[in-house]
Design a protein around this ligand. Structure first.
Ligand code: WT7
Length: 648
């Protein structure tokens, strides 16, 4: 346990930007034979070594795709940090994700399996997807959409949202998907920043037994978006809507594509042509338009999905994210289709109509690879083990998580009750900005619950202090990515200066700074400790929120936890914890004392808990991340900044 300051005076000086490590996790899970036997990556260490030559490694991975013209240079660093990959290469990602398979035995394979909370389903083969994408692509062209034009999507996860994204990619238009839970203001802001020419929306979306009207939100947003020439409306939920009578301004999706030819030539895209913009909100200021391009994004999203989840031809892949987030872009749409696998698209909540909503779908369709968020797991844990236990989950082979650090207790629950102690858990660390998984095990890696293990082959990361100096193993510091990677963001839309400042000028040495804190252990495994902005500062120690929250959740009564630093005259800050209890537990003074003791026992005397409050819910982003700054602002009575991403 690391509770004292180091003796070395140099380390002492650095204490302010090095975080303390309090939590120890000793469990190790070795790969099981049946998983290792079929894995693509047989020898993890050897593959990591192969990735040391990033150019050779990624050039080799790029060979699996069709290029209309070969690249002449794998990586161009001359204008760093504006890196270019596969320079001069020409390709089309929609062509590689759909057309390529139609010429093979995958022609009639299931490409999309759409399922919603009401139990409706829709199955689309690769051949059907091919025809639908081409029709939609032709329809967009007819509306005057050209290569480089932006098309905004405000849609539920459904077949048409996948078709629309691919149709844009096929003709070289840039899609800008806005999560369908965002407000009028957030939608309008994103459409205006991207200057989208077309908006594709739907009548409504299903949410917990209700239909949410999306058309009304779109109408209000579009009224302040002068760039939008046409709104295309998908009839999806069947709720009554009114269409504008201005001819041509609004049109139904099905009317528009009807009669369009089912063949469409793929636009010849440069590897560095823009594929999409996806807005991600910072804690302050306006949302950042993350720009992803074509070639490198194609290569790395597909490679990482294949190697991490060991995708074979008989898999049914399910990523439970929404299409409106990068997770949906990369791992519901592009990577699975690039690999020719079957991808499940789910529209619904994880606990509706019952807490076994996810498990019943796994059972019904025989899902083999399942990828979700720690926040969903912690939430479902609260309802008890019986929900996964009453479902047949034997089809599952590999599980995964993304979005936040997964605390060891939630990892163990997922491992035991969902994976039946058979399925390895891939804890994938990455960001909207990185486009693909960056730090993650592969199925043959020995796993430690709570660690995303090591950077993937071809990726290099480390932990440093504010001056960019490596911190020794066991100490926490800033996570950095030290070499460029193919699916990296290329810039922030219309704001290259902010791109350089936000990611490349935080730590000296020309390295990418994701804004997370982490530590590396003696085995080189990385442990993400939380966002640098949220770090607690207690009596000279910097402590990541994740460790403290993990300690709370490891108590049998607690299902979810969020902690902030509460100002304290003696220790600078003490911990204030907001806890959601498991069903059937009551938060009384006795439990408060017990929890304080428990955390002290888990983390040592540094982690001083000042106050515990029991709550019914925590402020979260629409993608499920806890917004600690909202709790903190409330505590301090200050303005919480931009709240457009906060769920009401
Ligand atoms: C931030 C990025 C990219 C997918 C969804 C989120 C946190 C993400 C992990 C993980 C610990 C994680 C980080 C990161 N995060 N995955 N496996 N372990 N933390 O995308 O909204 O761009 O958020 O999510 O803090 O910086 P995003």
């Amino acid at each position: 346990m690391e509770t004292k300051q180091g003796k070395n005076p140099e380390m002492e000086r650095k204490q302010q930007d090095v975080t303390s490590v309090l939590l120890r996790e000793e469990r190790l899970f070795k790969p099981r034979k049946e998983v290792a036997d079929i894995a693509y990556v047989k020898d993890w260490e050897a593959e990591l070594a192969a990735g040391n030559d990033i150019e050779a490694y990624w050039a080799n991975k790029a060979q699996q795709f069709e290029w209309f013209a070969p690249w002449t240079q794998t990586l161009d660093t001359s204008e760093a940090p504006f890196y270019k990959w596969f320079v001069g290469g020409k390709t089309n990602i929609a062509y590689n994700a759909v057309d390529r398979h139609v010429r093979t035995g995958r022609r009639y394979k299931l490409a999309l399996l759409y399922v919603n909370e009401r139990g409706d389903e829709r199955k689309v083969t690769y051949y059907e997807l091919y025809r639908e994408v081409n029709k939609a692509a032709n329809a967009l062209k007819k509306l005057g959409v050209k290569k480089g034009d932006r098309v905004a999507l405000y849609l539920p996860p459904c077949v048409e949202s996948v078709v629309s994204m691919l149709a844009c990619a096929k003709i070289g238009a840039v899609h800008n998907v806005v999560y369908a839970g965002f407000s009028v203001h957030a939608l309008a802001e994103r459409i205006n920043d991207a200057e989208a020419k077309v908006l594709i929306t739907a009548d409504g979306t299903f949410r917990r037994g209700q239909v949410i009207d999306l058309k009304a939100v779109s109408d209000e947003a579009v009224s302040s978006c002068p760039s939008v020439e046409t709104t295309i409306v998908v009839k999806h939920a069947g709720n009554p809507i009114t269409m504008s009578d201005l001819s041509g301004k609004e049109v139904f999706f099905h009317t528009l594509v009807e009669g369009e030819p089912s063949e469409c030539r793929a636009e010849r895209m440069d590897a560095e042509d823009m594929l999409y913009i996806l807005y991600t909100s910072g804690s302050t200021g306006k949302p950042k338009g993350v720009v992803h391009t074509t070639g490198g994004y194609m290569v790395e999203t597909a490679t990482t999905l294949k190697d991490v989840f060991d995708i074979h031809d008989d898999d049914l892949w399910w990523c439970t994210a929404d299409i409106g987030w990068v997770t949906g872009h990369s791992y519901i749409v592009y990577a699975p289709l690039l690999l020719g696998t079957s991808t499940l698209v789910y529209e619904g909540a994880p606990d509706y109509p019952q807490p076994d909503a996810l498990w019943s779908i796994v059972e019904r369709y025989g899902v083999t690879k399942f990828y979700t968020a720690p926040t969903a797991i912690r939430h479902l844990m609260r309802f008890g083990d019986k929900w996964p236990q009453c479902r047949d989950l034997r089809s599952l082979r590999i599980l995964g998580t993304v979005g936040e650090p997964i605390n060891p207790e939630a990892w163990m629950w997922y491992y035991k009750h969902v994976g039946n102690e058979r399925c390895p858990i891939m804890d994938t660390w990455w960001q909207t900005e990185t486009g693909s998984f960056m730090i993650s095990p592969v199925p043959t890696a020995p796993l430690k619950p709570g660690s995303a293990t090591k950077p993937l082959p071809g990726i290099h990361a480390d932990v440093v202090d504010q001056d960019g100096k490596l911190v020794p193993p066991g100490k926490g510091g800033f996570l950095i990515i030290t070499t460029p990677w193919p699916s990296m963001l290329r810039t922030l839309y219309k704001d290259p200066e902010r791109y350089v400042k936000t990611y490349w000028e935080v730590i000296p040495g020309g390295v990418y700074c994701p804004g997370d804190i982490a530590r590396k252990d003696e085995d080189g495994y990385l442990w993400i400790q939380g966002r640098a902005d949220d770090v607690l500062k207690i009596a000279g120690h910097r402590i990541g929120t994740s460790e403290v929250e993990s300690a709370f959740v490891s108590h049998a009564a607690v299902s979810e936890a969020a902690v902030i630093g509460k100002p304290d005259p003696i220790r600078n800050e003490v911990i204030k914890a907001f806890l959601i209890l498991k069903e059937g537990r009551t938060g009384d003074a006795h439990l408060v004392e017990e929890l304080k003791k428990h955390v002290r026992h888990e983390l040592g005397p540094v982690a001083v808990v000042g106050e515990i409050v029991f709550v019914q819910s925590l402020p979260k982003t629409r993608s499920g991340k806890i917004m600690r700054r909202v709790l903190k602002a409330r505590e301090l009575g200050i303005d919480a900044g931009d709240l457009t991403t906060l769920v009401e």
